[in-house]
Ligand binder design. Structure first.
Ligand code: CTP
Length: 414
């Protein structure tokens, strides 16, 4: 991980695990957050200890696991006071009993004390039986917690511990982590900034079952969207067909063709500060789209598909205050070709990479070329890491422009 560009590396959260069979899933949540760079202090309630051992969490988080407040109180650690200084308190799974205690402000265990002492946001992921979830008492407690600013994730519907199905399943790890990341990022340097990111390839239909596409997975664009959320941005993702899951806390617009992508991006950039075109847009589409499946008996000697050019989205979209970032997928003359694209499409930053090595891979070796300045050659890294580096440079562009606009405003006041 390139830690200097990973905003999550500076974050510390309390993960409180309470007594539900879903407690084992909290190990996955802890592990995922730790892998993202977050420092995770676990509070394991007495109930949770019936389901899962403290050792699981101390091994995953490489930090001591907390429980009984008295046992944890030392002058250096100051128990609940130290924990209360976290950036966020996440309760997952949160039982009906825990929600009631949090709502009432009971402070006879460590979580209760931390929840009262902290000014950090409280995020709860409930897990319980269907009837307990829908009971007016539980709903009243939740209502009160929400009114006080708590964020509630899930629960989902499906198979419950009893074997019956209904509401009350702990939300999926991806959702819990996604919401936690968005909450951690919300006061970041891009807070209040709208960022539009395109991701994936496009499908250009020949007939209702066939299309011309490319190998783009969507990974780079989705990693950029997540990195922007981590910095507090309001993110819209315009995504071509992809099987990858979308980042939580982003507006998602799904498209299929390049023309559709252009249309949706034109709408999405209203009020946006940044457009990042990570999509591998199909440059050509079939001139004719057959309404019905094209039968091979129609052309026994073969089929010629005439292709016409698609619009260039990045070049078409022009807005005076929009910072445009593009990618240049090249197989030769990397820097020269990328610089030509930067100028032709009036970009502030272009990310040049080797098309053959990058498309469809988890890794990328990129060169960043800004409008002014020398190309910045980056080592090979995972796309999630590259996304954090790119967003770091984008943040500089946004902040510099903000600075110069303020200077202009001040000049104007003189
Ligand atoms: N792009 C776009 N619309 C297109 C094609 C590309 O907006 N119809 C964007 C891509 O998302 C990328 C940048 O333009 O950010 C460069 O894309 P790339 O495929 O590298 O280059 P092309 O513009 O297609 O040019 P060439 O065919 O000469 O490589």
């Amino acid at each position: 991980m390139v830690d200097s560009t990973n905003p999550l590396a500076a974050k510390r959260i309390v993960l409180a695990v309470t007594g539900s069979i879903a407690a084992y899933k909290a190990a996955d949540v802890a592990s995922t957050l730790v892998q993202l760079g977050v420092a995770v202090d676990v509070i394991l309630s007495e109930g949770a200890r019936q389901f899962i051992q403290p050792l699981t969490f101390s091994a995953l988080t490489r930090r001591p696991v907390h429980g009984n407040p008295i046992a944890n109180w030392t002058v250096e650690l100051a128990g609940h006071v130290t924990l209360a200084a976290a950036d966020l308190v996440l309760v997952a799974p949160a039982t009906a009993q825990t929600l009631a205690r949090l709502s009432l402000g009971l402070a006879d265990d460590l979580l209760g004390m931390v929840a009262l002492a902290t000014s950090a946001p409280l995020v709860v992921a409930p897990a319980m039986e269907h009837g307990m979830w829908h009971h007016p008492a539980t709903q009243e407690h939740l209502h009160r917690l929400r009114e006080r600013g708590a964020v509630v994730i899930g629960p989902g519907a499906g198979r419950l511990a009893s074997g019956a199905s209904g509401d009350g399943r702990l939300a999926a790890t991806g959702e819990i982590v996604g919401v936690t990341r968005a909450m951690l990022g919300r006061a970041g340097p891009l807070a209040g900034t709208k960022v539009v990111v395109s991701a994936g390839g496009t499908h250009e239909p020949i007939d209702p079952v066939r299309f011309i596409g490319n190998r783009s997975s969507g990974l780079m664009g989705l990693a950029l969207a997540q990195a922007a959320i981590d910095l507090g941005a309001m993110v819209t993702v315009v995504a071509g067909p992809t099987h990858l899951s979308m980042p939580h806390a982003a507006e998602i617009i799904r498209v299929e063709t390049a023309e559709e992508m252009l249309l949706k991006i034109q709408g999405a950039v209203e009020g946006a500060r940044v457009l990042i075109m990570a999509a591998a847009v199909g440059d050509f589409r079939p001139a004719q789209r057959f309404e019905q499946k094209y039968k091979k008996a129609n052309s026994t000697s073969g089929l010629t598909v005439e292709l016409i050019q698609n619009p260039d989205i990045l070049a078409t979209i022009q807005a005076p205050s929009l910072i445009k970032v593009g990618f240049a997928a090249e197989t030769e003359h990397l820097v020269a070709n990328a610089r030509a694209k930067l100028e032709r499409k009036s970009l502030q930053l272009v990310v040049a990479n080797d098309a053959a090595m990058t498309i469809g891979s988890d890794e990328s070796k990129a060169i960043l070329i800004a409008l002014d300045g020398e190309p910045e050659v980056l080592p090979a890294m995972r796309k999630t890491e590259l996304a954090a580096v790119i967003m770091d440079r984008v943040t500089e562009l946004v902040t510099n422009e903000r600075g110069s606009r303020t200077a202009m405003w001040l000049d104007h006041q003189d």
